[in-house]
Design a protein around this ligand. Structure first.
Ligand code: DLL
Length: 435
């Protein structure tokens, strides 16, 4: 079902709305956020210079660094007391990226979610289990609001306790699963270990997955494993959360909620805007945000755009599956992790050297991160209790900063390979195993 008439406008109509909202957004950001005023002045630009959609490319980019440098509320256009919600995600150092929402921001977010959830085939007759973690992560509450908007029933189970996830799906006759794709595949294995064949014995017919990338091979496994139609949706905290784009059942890319987000693809090295169809870094300008307006946000995600109308009847521009990232951010089961965060933790602990190697792999369908760290004194490796103490200290601090529990392996001094050029700190085996 097509939720909104805004999804079937012709290109000219969409662009007219975009231009009107862009001009308003630019003026608002310039007036309310000192950072934007400075960026415009530095670029010799005035908000009145933005008179066409083509003028967008004159506006300087916004990056995650901008959020980090203005932690926690420096990017806000309104006093934080006027916000009704806050979310956050990992930044490149210990500081997370903080965003706030007015009622209007939440309303648009919910409306966009309702469109994408409907595009994935979910209706008011469905019951949906949300297996994203509830909290500062935008995934759970974002989907939650949209599902309620379309009239579907929400089971807000949150993540973890996989056996209980399966039991609830079974007992409630749940039709829709909301999770990261890797967790959804893991749940198939858990169900089978419990003697349940999800495709035959459970009623889960829709899967809405996101928060991390997935391949077509994964989709096939999800569809077969659950007996479902798996779709993916995309978004990020700085832009609002999930709801920037999502797939319809034609599987021809993720439809962008274009009356609320302008998408561009740029060459990540030069910043130049690329022609439609070429792969590059996605840059998004939200056109509605009151609490935290954002102009030309560099997502670091690699994709390509297609504005041809889709066979589903929607005319909104579609973005291809994300093929990778233009920076070193790792996504571990939906959690954003920067190697620099790991380094900061390691360097703050006594007894270990500055050489380490981050190994990322899949255990079944779940992401698994292990870190090899050199101890300074090899005698420590002979004492089981000292070894355990140090391991636990590192583990706890990693958990406090990253929110996940990596495996920690303490190794002999100087046993890790030294690099002669740029240090290679990450060994991501998942890339080799795709498809
Ligand atoms: O992951 C928002 C979200 C939640 C989207 C649930 C969809 C579903 P962040 O935690 O800020 O926000 O992480 C944003 O996650 O830059 C991408 O690298 C990655 N990502 C999100 N969705 C997809 C996807 C949420 N469908 C970062 N495919 C983004 C590939 C995705 N990567």
């Amino acid at each position: 079902m097509i939720w909104s008439t805004k999804e079937t406008l012709d290109r000219e109509q969409i662009q007219r709305i975009q231009l009107k909202r862009l001009k308003k957004t630019v003026k608002y950001a310039y007036k309310k956020v000192p950072l934007y005023r400075k960026k415009f002045h530095d670029a010799g630009l005035d908000p009145r210079d933005i008179q066409s959609l083509d003028d967008l490319k004159k506006i300087p980019f916004t990056t995650k660094e901008d959020f980090r440098n203005n932690y926690p509320f420096g990017m806000f256009a309104i006093p934080k007391e006027k916000c009704v919600r806050f979310h956050a995600s990992s930044g490149t150092t210990g500081n997370p990226t903080v965003v706030g929402y007015t009622r209007h921001d939440l309303e648009v977010w919910t409306e966009c979610m309702a469109r994408l959830i409907s595009a994935a085939g979910v209706t008011d007759r469905d019951t949906a289990q949300i297996s994203f973690g509830y909290g500062l992560f935008t995934g759970a509450l974002g989907l939650h609001q949209g599902l309620q908007r379309i009239g579907a029933g929400v089971v807000p189970l949150s993540s973890g306790n996989s056996k209980r996830q399966i039991k609830m799906l079974k007992d409630f006759g749940t039709t829709t699963l909301i999770a990261t794709p890797s967790y959804a595949l893991h749940l198939v294995e858990v169900a089978r270990a419990m003697g349940i064949n999800p495709a035959e014995e459970l009623n889960v017919r829709h899967g809405l997955f996101g928060g991390e990338g997935s391949t077509e091979a994964m989709r096939t496994k999800l569809n077969e494993g659950w007996g479902m139609q798996a779709t993916e949706n995309y978004g990020m905290t700085e832009l609002i959360g999930p709801s920037v784009s999502g797939e319809c059942l034609e599987y021809k890319g993720m439809h962008i909620c274009e009356d609320y987000f302008i998408a561009e693809v740029i060459n990540p090295e030069t910043g130049e805007v690329l022609p439609e169809g070429e792969y590059g870094e996605l840059v998004i300008t939200p056109l509605f945000k009151e609490a935290v307006p954002v102009l030309r946000y560099r997502t670091r995600d690699i994709t390509a755009l297609d504005s041809k109308p889709c066979t589903c009847g929607r005319t909104t521009m579609r973005m291809a599956k994300i093929t990778g990232r233009a920076d070193d951010m790792l996504i571990i089961s939906g959690v954003n992790v920067f190697p620099s965060q790991i380094e900061e933790v390691l360097l703050s602990i006594d007894g270990i050297g500055s050489n380490y190697m981050i190994n990322v792999d899949k255990k079944g369908y779940l992401d698994k991160m292990d870190i090899d760290v050199e101890v300074i004194d090899s005698n420590l490796l002979d004492s089981v209790s000292s070894l355990e103490n140090l391991q636990n200290t590192i583990k706890n601090q990693m958990h406090a900063v990253l929110g996940i529990h990596p495996g920690i392996h303490l190794v002999e001094p100087f046993s890790l390979k030294r690099s002669e050029g740029k240090a290679k700190r990450v060994n991501d085996m998942r890339k080799l195993k795709e498809d």
